[in-house]
Design a protein around this ligand. Structure first.
Ligand code: GRF
Length: 219
């Protein structure tokens, strides 16, 4: 089976992108990273990608005068040029809209630093601490127009420990992210993930939501 061609979209340091690049070095990994696109010219991840010999493109959103269609059209043109099969968002800080997402339906993934559907949006580690949650983690999901809401492909859980801060949680969650993103991409690239009733199935089995499965303290 030929390897799927993957583009990673970033805005910053790109540590998840680096984890995907690393995983894709294995000969039996079903995907190769053929392109990294950043909406920020100064994103550190661009240097990491170039050092790994991967093509990079910058599509700077500030140059489109707020015209999302043109911004997304430019990204789409790069994806077509590199004959991309699957798109991975990895710390990409722009919302993508309907017509772009329609083209990539079931072929565009995102990683979120929390156990969705809880803690959508930004500042997840702070909000987890404020909520005195017992567990935390990361989620890879398909991207749909509504933010952080698409079918969940895989999740990784950590325990919140007494004395944890935003920083300590960020470090442990990021480690989980680097493990689960390559795993989720592998499953999608192998064609083992289907969607039924807005829920992902892996090899025909619905992905359980860990927040349903892990009992949390009633207090
Ligand atoms: C990660 O925590 C990811 O979950 C979130 O943004 C952060 C990006 O980090 N969407 P990096 O650029 O992959 O290091």
């Amino acid at each position: 089976m030929s390897r799927k061609r993957v583009a990673v979209l970033i805005s910053g340091r790109g540590s998840n992108m680096a984890a995907l690049i690393e995983a894709a070095k294995a000969k039996d990994y079903p995907a190769e990273i053929v392109l990294v696109v950043s909406n920020r010219p100064e994103a550190g991840g661009l240097l990491v990608a170039r050092a790994a010999g991967i093509a990079t493109e910058v599509v700077d959103h500030t140059e489109f005068g707020g015209d999302r269609n043109r911004f997304e059209g430019e990204i789409q043109a790069h994806l077509e040029k590199y004959r991309v099969d699957i798109v991975c968002l990895a710390g990409f800080m722009r919302l993508l809209t309907g017509s772009f997402l329609e083209k990539w339906q079931r072929r565009i993934l995102n990683i979120h630093p929390a156990l969705l559907p809880d803690f959508k949006g930004l500042d997840t580690h702070r909000r987890v601490l404020e909520a005195v949650a017992k567990i935390h983690g990361a989620t890879v999901h398909f991207v749909v127009p509504e933010m952080d809401s698409g079918p969940i492909i895989t999740q990784g859980v950590i325990a919140v420990r007494p004395g944890d801060s935003e920083e300590t949680l960020a470090v442990r969650v990021l480690k989980v992210e680097h493990r689960i993103y390559p795993l989720a991409l592998k499953l999608v690239a192998e064609g083992r993930v289907q969607i039924k009733d807005n829920r992902a199935l892996i090899d025909g089995v619905p992905v359980p939501n860990v927040t349903d499965r892990v009992p949390t303290d009633p207090t």
